[in-house]
Design a protein around this ligand. Structure first.
Ligand code: AMP
Length: 328
């Protein structure tokens, strides 16, 4: 059992899960977990979220909500070590060691840093800049082989590979290669600006949350941007068709594909069908989420047990890493 490949991935507690998180990462995590082929570590990246603008109280609350949502989506703490990043202190320690082998110029290339700096131009802090270094520590602490993420994170996983190499070149071979793993939907687009990825930071109207009621989903989809003129498949239409394909009945989906080809498609109908499909698909999720949130102490217990389990592995890696760099 112990030589199964290790999977590590995380999610920031910055808001409710949305369809981008789900199709780009979380659904894949659940499938990989249930395949039984991997040792799985999934963490709530609360330290990463400190680089954003979220108030402390909201963070505290959101950590619990994200936990409930991951469990409601199918993460099983018996099969996956689910924990909060800050509860395993070794993340920051290894992160610091990695900071000291990572050239600044390499971090300046990170497109997510550039994007986030634009989004929060009044708070371009050093954490935002070194975020991918901490992420490398998150992964390598558990000797992660495979990192299932959305498209936006691929560059960071590539950097993790580089950081392992820089560390090994300087201190002797210790960390192994890490690969990213994309789903078949690595990028879900925003409803209102379908040329951008669906993201919580764009605003509520841009995303469909897994917890949204069917009424809210319908309202959001009504405002979704489709095509301004006929012809080429517009990104907004493509995005809605993708969501319908993933969550709806395949016959209905094929009907819309045909209608799109012969020009008879009505976007209002497409929005209604897509909304209905999503609302139904997550109906059980919403019930499980509400039930889990009614018992936050139980959620805290799951997280404490997860951190304890993760901590054992993290401590072992750090013990060896400290020796390698000459601080123990
Ligand atoms: P974050 O919310 O940034 O912590 O992202 C959690 C996971 O969801 C990461 O693996 C991201 O790559 C993935 N993700 C976030 N937004 C999208 C999107 N619009 N499409 C696909 N994957 C996404």
């Amino acid at each position: 059992m112990n030589n199964k490949p290790v999977i590590v991935s995380g999610i920031q507690p910055t808001g409710n899960l949305h369809l981008g998180n789900y199709l780009g990462a979380v659904k894949n995590w659940v499938d990989l977990q249930n395949s039984g082929k991997y040792r799985m570590y999934i963490f709530i990246a609360d330290l990463h979220s400190l680089a954003g603008n979220m108030p402390a109280e909201q963070r505290r609350k959101q950590i619990i909500e994200t936990t409930a949502e991951l469990l409601a989506a199918g993460i099983d703490p018996k099969k996956t070590t689910l924990f909060v990043q800050s509860q395993v202190k070794e993340h920051t320690e290894l992160g610091w060691i990695f900071n000291c082998v990572t050239p600044i110029a390499e971090l300046e290339r990170m497109t997510q840093y550039k994007d986030k700096s634009q989004q929060q131009e009044k708070n371009i802090n050093a954490g935002l800049f070194t975020y991918p270094v901490l992420q490398a520590a998150d992964i390598l602490l558990y000797r992660g082989n495979v990192v299932p993420v959305g498209q936006d994170q691929v560059q960071h996983v590539e950097l993790t590979r580089d950081i392992a190499r820089w560390f090994n070149n300087r201190y002797g071979v210790f960390f192994q290669e890490t690969k990213h793993l994309l789903t078949d939907v690595p990028k879900v687009m925003s409803l209102l600006e379908p040329d951008k990825k669906m993201s919580k930071s764009l605003g509520a109207g841009h995303v469909i949350e897994l917890a949204d009621t069917p009424e809210v989903i319908e309202q959001k989809l009504k405002k979704a941007v489709t095509a301004t003129s006929g012809g080429e498949q517009a990104p907004g239409v493509k995005n809605l068709l993708l969501l319908l394909q993933k969550f709806g009945n395949q016959k209905i989906y094929q009907g819309f594909i045909k209608a799109e080809k012969d020009g008879s498609i009505r976007y209002g109908d497409l929005k209604l069908a897509t909304g209905k499909a999503i609302g139904e698909y997550f109906s059980d999720f919403r019930k499980r989420r509400a039930k889990l949130l009614s018992n936050p102490n139980q959620l805290k217990k799951i997280l404490t047990a997860g951190a304890k389990k993760a901590g054992l592995v993290a401590k072992k890696t750090m013990k060896d890493a400290r020796k390698k760099v000459g601080i123990s």
